[in-house]
Design a protein. Sequence first.
Length: 173
Amino acid sequence: MRDKKTERMVLTAVMIALTTVATMVLTIPVVGTQGFVNFGDTVIFITAIFFGPQTALLAGGLGSALADVLLGYAHWAPYTLVIKALEGFVAGLLVYHMFGTEKIKWVRGMTGLFLGAVVMVAGYYVGGGIMYGFNVALVSIPENAFQGVVSAGVALLLGLALSKLKLDVLKKN
């Protein structure tokens, strides 16, 4: 007999850890805002696709903020906690269940991931504006947009591949 609450808690912890690691593995510094571009958003989007908005909120917020602290960007961690949590939640609201049928709902999926990326780009613009001034924060928009678009594309492709594997852990309740 499987304990669904324990299973969900463990999956959430794993996705938080994967988000942290994916954020830390490849970082490209953004000098103007003292931040960095990374590919942790791919894991946030995968989490949104398969585990829904609540788990994506936790994985995005906690996993990304932890990566900020561990990489020496602790000054960004409070902003990241909120921004990435909202990114995961917004994406999860629209993309969860999109791989539940044989036909992928690409428009809904792309819209959900795109809106999640928009939340991230806007959030870091506001955060950077508060910390360094809004003119300086403009520097982060292209890098964050690139990060969001690439992560969304990779997440959709990975989501499609993973959905075809029919793994028990990815089955919807």
